[in-house]
Design a protein around this ligand. Structure first.
Ligand SMILES: *[C@@H]1O[C@H](CO)[C@@H](O)[C@H](O)[C@H]1NC(C)=O
Length: 216
């Protein structure tokens, strides 16, 4: 009998951990974000449903190329709860990513979302790294129409390996996936992480760390 309770407890624990592993489930048709709402919750307070319109569920302009004239040669155009308030509590969002020839989307992670990406124009090298201790690189070159998954939380990157522009569209399993760009977080934090700490972490000297930090 006692073992039944152990099994039951285990199943409840598994169920609860799965339920908590994504954005909160909606308990009504929608909860259109009211960013000016005075109540602080995990997400945004709901706008009065009688005042909701189609525009709360809509965004225009994703056909427009992002400006890739920057040091990495790529541009992410986000379409999440900040652009579409109707995404609040729904656990989904999307992005358009433009790449100049040989442009990259540097190694980064989304703390709250799995990402599924498709190439709509051009060629794209993609990859993610599995967690410690293996740190295996899973990588592939995608062509137009190919789809690739970046599992939640894992560090990943993209690079246009062609001679024309590349365009990708991706869906993410959060209304607000978040982005942590590894280089910017580690070398560009405010205030900076101590250079001797980073020198030991990267098995190098403080001069090299100072030089990299100066780039961020
Ligand atoms: C793209 O960004 C660059 C650098 O910020 C800027 O000089 C240029 O005017 C922008 N181009 C367009 C079309 O907005």
């Amino acid at each position: 009998m006692a073992s039944h309770f152990v099994v039951l407890g285990f199943l409840i624990a598994i169920t609860c951990s799965l339920a908590l592993a994504s954005d909160p489930s909606p308990l009504q048709d929608f909860c259109v974000a009211d960013p000016s709402g005075p109540v602080l919750v995990n997400g945004f307070a709901c706008k009065d449903s009688k005042l909701v319109t189609a525009n709360d569920f809509s965004f225009s302009g994703l056909h427009m190329a992002g400006n890739t004239s920057n040091p990495v040669g790529s541009r992410v155009t986000p379409v999440n709860v900040a652009q579409i308030p109707g995404l609040n509590t729904l656990g989904i969002s999307m992005v358009r990513i433009d790449f100049a020839p040989w442009g990259i989307n540097p190694p980064h992670t989304h703390p709250r979302a799995t990402e599924v990406l498709t190439v709509v124009e051009g060629t794209l090298e993609v990859g993610f790294i599995t967690s410690n201790p293996e740190n295996n690189l899973i990588t592939k070159v995608l062509q137009k129409g190919d789809v690739f998954v970046f599992p939640k939380g894992l560090v990943h990157f993209q690079r246009n390996t062609g001679y024309g522009n590349t365009v990708a569209i991706a869906a993410l399993s959060s209304q607000n996936p978040g982005v942590i760009t590894v280089a910017n977080a580690v070398f560009g934090s405010k205030p900076a992480i101590a250079n001797d700490l980073l020198a030991k972490s990267f098995q190098t000297d403080t001069k090299t760390i100072d030089w990299i930090q100066s780039k961020f």
